[in-house]
Design a protein around this ligand. Sequence first.
Ligand SMILES: [Mg+2]
Length: 194
Amino acid sequence: MKIIAVDLDEILAETARALLKRKKNRINWKRINWNELSSYNLWEIEKLEISKQKSVEIFLWFLVGAGLWNKIDPVVGAKTKLKEFKKRWYKLHVVTARHFLLRFATWIWLYLNYKHIFDSVEFANFFTRFSTKKSEICKKLWADIIIEDNLENAIECANEWIKVYLIDKPWNQAYDKKKHKWIIKVNSWSEIEI
Ligand SMILES: [Mg+2]
């Protein structure tokens, strides 16, 4: 039996696309497209000229309404693949960087889009005093595999001997096949073979 940790934003949910749509492709009064998201930390994208605090708040306020008034689509191919894993009795856990305060919106969204798939939802509380490393959560769950889109999280987990599947996104282009040996980069869910 395998235990798999699955990231939420951008792996299960098209959060950034939904956010940009909602904001009509304008963040901090600057125009930006999904392809231009060279970092998931908006404050690292020069042209946005945005502070870290404001970036974090934008996501936080958007996610408060996730599953309610903010429509976020599931990522194509995720559910089909996860159902396959489920048939093989793999244990599946959501491991998200999201804040614990977002748990209700998160649970609702997961219920609407991935009903009866996951065994638990773990919140890493990034950007708060209570933040936990994703690798710590994986170890607690005995997960040997994580599916991620954030390269920093991927490296951090790989350093703790957790096998990582990194799904290609504009913000993880610094991935280097030679350097990041424990990380397998794929283009989409359909390429993940466990
Ligand atoms: Mg993510």
